[in-house]
Design a protein around this ligand. Structure first.
Ligand code: ASP
Length: 354
């Protein structure tokens, strides 16, 4: 009888442990054979080559996707990898055409059950823009992760191999499913909407201001703590299939005595404008006069990193508040919005929703 009770007790303890074990498995489930990771290489410093040991004066976009992967043999322990070279450029030369190629490629491959997730290697200068564009246009729950580096492959203590390894770990992680497009950089995981480049030289060059990182990677284990709440990927209304170009949006940066005629010049050659205003999206009386007369959509953002611009902050009735989107991200949302109906009311709703 005593034996029987001991057996029942053991069984009850084992049953109680099952959910805890399952939870641990979910947190760290990155090494099982759940499909391959597709690495889409676009260039940047991570593929940069220069004078041995030096961190500046190198050529970005010199190494191929295969060469990047060869530098990190540990990737083989995470998942099978397929490499695709999309382009090999400094990220200041990324174009809307490259964005459309990337989004279409991901949308095409995402249907393949053998593909588990995507990593895009990219220069850091415009990585946040590519990330936000993809966040609004890829139609998959599978992880899409961007990474890069601040030091070229030939420098002392290059940061590219570790960033690539951690990006692949996140792309292979069950936890990253359905989180929208992510950037993994220097052990941290960021959501595409809030991430930005904050240093011109330091390896901790990527951050998300007051919104912060949403997770970390430690020795290949992924810990995600927050869920991005704004509409992304499968839930967005933007369909880029069939597009070969995007409308042109110009960003104008206000500063003391900034020439108001630049607004007229930019408006003539653009489908929409974004203003990087001072403080809560403000500018001079001379700018107000010209913006009041413009007939193309004008979105008001700020040259300040942290903060929110609402309708109440607007100085001109014909403008739309960017909320807390940076000027460069507001421009992406406006470009996509201009591919469809772009009434002022539609734009106001989009800038609140996305
Ligand atoms: N200029 C480089 C690029 O954006 C900088 C980097 O990758 O860190 O391609």
């Amino acid at each position: 009888m005593k034996r029987c009770m001991a057996l029942v007790l053991c069984l009850m303890i084992a049953l109680a442990l099952v959910p805890a074990l399952a939870e641990t498995a979910e947190e760290t489930a990155i090494h099982d054979d759940g499909g391959k990771i597709v690495v889409l290489a676009t260039g940047g410093t991570i593929a940069g080559v220069g004078e041995a040991g030096k961190t500046a004066g190198y050529k970005p976009g010199a190494l191929t996707a295969e060469e990047l992967l060869l530098a990190v043999p540990e990737l083989a322990e995470v998942a099978p990898i397929e490499a695709i070279q999309i382009c090999n450029v400094n990220s200041d030369d990324i174009t809307a055409e490259v964005w459309l190629t990337l989004a279409n490629k991901i949308n095409e491959l995402a249907d393949d059950p053998a593909v588990r997730g995507f990593v895009i290697t990219h220069g850091t200068d415009t990585m946040e823009e590519t990330a936000y564009f993809l966040n609004l246009t890829v139609k998959t729950d599978k992880p899409v992760v961007l990474t890069g580096s601040m030091r070229p492959a030939t420098s002392i203590s290059a940061d590219g191999p570790m960033n690539l390894y951690e990006a692949v770990c996140v792309a292979a992680s069950d936890e990253a499913v359905g989180k929208g497009v992510l950037i993994v950089f220097s052990d941290r995981i960021y959501a595409a909407r809030s991430v930005t480049k904050t240093s011109t030289y330091n390896v901790m060059a990527i951050s998300a201001g007051e919104m912060g990182a949403i997770g970390v990677v430690r020795d290949g284990t992924v810990f995600l703590y927050e869920n991005p709440t704004k509409v992304h990927t499968t839930e967005t209304e933007f369909d880029i299939a069939g597009l070969s170009a995007l409308p042109r949006v110009s960003i104008l940066y206000f500063s003391v005595d900034a020439d108001p005629e630049l607004l007229r010049f930019a408006a003539e050659r653009s489908d929409g404008l974004v203003i990087a205003g001072a403080g809560a999206g403000e500018f001079s009386e001379a700018w107000i006069d010209i913006i009041n007369g413009l007939s193309i959509p004008v979105v008001i953002s700020s040259r300040i990193d942290d903060g929110v611009i609402t309708k109440d902050n607007l100085l001109c009735d014909n403008t739309v508040a960017a909320n807390n989107l940076s000027p460069q991200k507001a421009a992406i949302l406006l470009r996509l919005a201009l591919t469809g109906d772009a009434s002022q009311e539609t734009l106001e709703n989009l800038f609140l929703q996305y």
